[in-house]
Design a protein around this ligand. Structure first.
Ligand code: DGJ
Length: 730
């Protein structure tokens, strides 16, 4: 499932192998963080600490003795177990709950041994084997530490050698037990066009659950990424916080259980809803990874840790390059033909972007895709619209000096399609009840290997037909109603096998086409998780491209995802001037979805210059460190900075987001991430033709000054969008 692990396993060096002795203390540490695990006298594995690293590692062993959380303490009737199993001592929300082959429902996990492997200078994998001695039942816990990024990935593997099958009723990836006086959860809720709305609240006593039962588009209602602040809501620069995200593209469940006076236990994993998993003898069940980072320097640091980790290890080509785009979705919708598309490939060149991306509507003949109600599943180009075939668009694009990309939605089918007629057995639906549709479509049964082949072949066929193909947008517009697989014998495995099937296809696509950029889309951002992002170079955050809303949305995505992965397009949505729209889109991966031929001369010149400028600064935006300087939810001016690793240059985006007509200047905004000892010059960039900047670029400031006193972008109701370049003076 996770191909990177297999690749790296060959390179590892085993540092340590431990066997059960009296008291084992196992520390999983990164540059600044330590997670401490310790066995007790019953050989239970306890997680005794997660927080800032100690200078003296011998002292980790002492932590447990100071903990109130001990068996025998009247208040508490369980242990601070690293992976909580039900049916014995633990009476709260478990990570693991099973029915053994003999019907017994208890699991008592005891430490057997552990191993620490150094994969390279930065990555260490700690593996801990736990067993229930009464049964031949084993859980292996994995902790992969990324030293420089302060990130840990945690997951588990469950197996047994019982005579019959074991049913896994719950099988979370990980538990975290945190200690503090209060806990605050920052979580995100969404709907179509309003992704990643955010709220932050104290977790009162009891269980708070973030989950999804949607099958596909699993983040449509709730994100599987979150932050927990300890004691008080963390700020950008101060406070203790954990940022976490579950690497799974299907149903998830994250429970936050506060108990006693001082504890929070997080249980993250696949949602066990309608998914009792039957595990055969010797079969291994590997849970998805739960990735998290701890920061005692606020949310900003936590985000940068995750973003860095993603760029270096998780996101497809995270440290590589990206293509800028002209997309035709909002400009043509389904209404186009060869001539129009050829004009658009010319416009792509005129604008100066890299790829022309042909969106929905190019396929279907018996049931032409002229709207959202027909054709899905029939991936042959529409002969009326594209008289010369899809391959000729690829050739035209190349002839005009641009690349060609294409939209697909291969997991889906419209009832009005040849595929629906030919393969009723490939469709997810309950026999005997009415079909329910989302966007007039149904989901194909990816648990079925023949369907997996069909989806893979759809992609392969496109590459054969259009050898120039240089970009893919992979959409997914329906969730799963009437969940039932005509293929599977055990419907309890459906939700899990769907995701496994999808991942198998994506593995195959990536094995054959490792370098082609691919955009992850689910009618917007309802499938943004770090499992999917190992196959995709970027994601479409939302169909809402109004730049005002995007300032907020991009802000929220930035808590977990790096800007290189975020596709932002300039469109007709919103009444803001093109400068405002383009500036906002430049904060991630820039693209356009506009009628270039309808731009007036000045707007066109501005857009062309903006693309050129972007090409000069994109490296800082894609690979630099991101600092959220001023929150659009709280202030009149929103400000976000991207700082080059060498601290020699920063790009700062500022937007006036208030509705009051204010043309005076506000308080200075404090920079972050600069070198206090270096001298910098501030210059406004990306100006609209024939406008002057009030920013005096002859002035020099120390990094110290800019971070303590600040700078003023002079953003106001008349200057709603201001980009500044802060550059070191030699
Ligand atoms: C939903 C996507 O979010 C849009 O960008 C567009 O590709 C449409 N689907 C096409 O049907």
């Amino acid at each position: 499932m996770h191909s990177k692990l297999f690749k790296t396993c060959f390179l590892v060096m085993i540092l340590f192998i431990g066997k059960a002795t009296s008291q084992e203390v196992i520390t999983v540490s990164t540059e600044n963080t330590a997670l401490v695990l310790q066995t007790d006298k019953d050989s239970s594995l306890l997680a005794t600490y997660l927080g800032k690293k100690l200078k003296n590692t011998d002292e980790y062993a002492v932590i447990n003795s100071l903990d109130k959380f001990k068996v025998g303490n009247d208040d508490l009737f369980n242990k601070r177990e690293a992976y909580v199993a039900s049916g014995s001592l633990n009476l709260m929300e478990p990570a693991l709950s099973v029915t053994h082959s003999d019907g017994n429902k208890s699991v008592v996990l005891q430490y057997v041994n552990h191993e620490v492997k150094k994969i390279d200078d930065n990555q260490t994998l700690t593996t801990i084997v736990l067993k229930d001695e009464r049964y031949k039942f084993q859980v292996t816990l994995f902790y992969k530490a990324y030293y420089k990024e302060d990130v840990i990935e945690q997951w588990s593997e469950i197996e047994h050698k019982e005579k019959g099958n074991v049913v896994l009723n719950k099988y979370a990836s990980a538990n975290l037990t945190l200690q503090g006086k209060k806990f605050f959860l920052k979580n995100h809720y969404s709907g179509w066009g309003r992704e990643m709305l955010s709220e932050e609240q104290q977790l009162l006593h009891g269980i708070r659950t973030l989950d999804s039962k949607l099958g596909t588009r699993s983040n449509l209602l709730h994100s599987s990424s979150f932050m927990i602040s300890i004691n008080k809501p963390a700020g950008e620069k101060e406070g203790e916080v954990i940022a976490g995200s579950l690497e799974w593209s299907g149903n998830f469940k994250i429970d936050f259980e506060t108990f006693d006076e001082y504890y929070l236990r997080v249980t993250a994993g696949i949602n066990n809803f309608s998914s009792n998993y039957t595990l055969k003898s010797s079969e291994k069940f590997t849970t998805p990874r739960f990735v998290y980072t701890y920061s005692d320097e606020g949310k900003g640091r936590a985000s940068r840790n995750l973003q860095r980790w993603a760029r270096t290890y998780q996101l497809a080509q995270g440290s590589g390059q990206r293509q800028t785009i002209l997309n035709n979705w909002e400009t043509t919708y389904f209404d186009f033909n060869d001539e129009k598309l050829n004009e658009l490939t010319k416009d792509t060149k005129k604008l100066g972007v890299d790829v022309f991306l042909l969106d929905d509507g190019w396929f279907g003949n018996k049931y032409p895709r002229n709207g959202a109600s027909a054709g899905l599943g029939d991936w042959q180009y529409n002969k009326q619209k594209l008289k010369n075939g899809i391959s000729s668009i690829g050739k035209e694009a190349t002839a005009h000096g641009v690349k060609f990309g294409i939209w697909i939605e291969p997991e889906m089918v419209n009832p009005k399609s040849e595929l629906y007629e030919k393969h009723p057995d490939w469709i997810i639906r309950q026999p005997g009840i009415k079909e329910f549709y989302m966007r007039n479509q149904l989901v194909l049964d990816l648990t079925n290997p023949s369907v997996q082949d069909f989806v893979y072949n759809t992609v392969e066929q496109l590459f054969k037909e259009v050898p120039e193909l240089a970009f893919i947008k992979w959409d997914c517009n329906s969730l799963i109603y009437n969940a039932h697989s005509p293929f599977l014998k055990n419907q309890d495995h459906f939700y899990i096998e769907y995701v496994r099937g999808l991942n198998k296809v994506l593995e195959r696509v990536r094995a054959k086409y490792p370098k082609t950029p691919m955009m992850l889309c689910a009618g917007g951002g309802s499938r943004v998780d770090y499992a999917a992002l190992q196959y995709f170079t970027e994601f479409w955050p939302s169909d809402n491209t109004n730049p005002f809303d995007r300032i907020f949305m991009q802000w929220e995505y930035s808590y977990y995802f790096p800007s290189i992965a975020v596709d932002n397009h300039v469109t007709d949505m919103g009444k803001q001037p093109i400068k405002f729209k383009t500036d906002v889109a430049m904060m991630g991966k820039l693209g356009f979805d506009i009628r270039v031929n309808e731009l007036d001369a000045k707007d066109l010149l501005y857009a062309q210059n903006a693309v050129k400028l972007y090409n000069g600064i994109k490296d800082i935006i894609w690979h630099g460190d991101q600092y959220r300087l001023q929150d659009p939810h709280d202030e009149k001016v929103a400000s976000m900075a991207y700082v080059k690793e060498t601290q020699e240059e920063a790009i700062v985006f500022n937007y006036y987001v208030a509705t009051t007509f204010n043309t005076t200047i506000g308080l200075p905004i404090k920079m972050q991430g600069l070198d206090p000892k270096k001298q910098y010059r501030i210059e406004e960039i990306n100006l609209y033709p024939e406008t002057q900047s009030p920013i005096d670029s002859s002035k020099i400031y120390s990094g110290d000054f800019l971070m303590k006193v600040g700078f003023n972008p002079e953003a106001n109701a008349k200057r709603t969008s201001v980009i500044l370049r802060v550059k070191v003076v030699n």
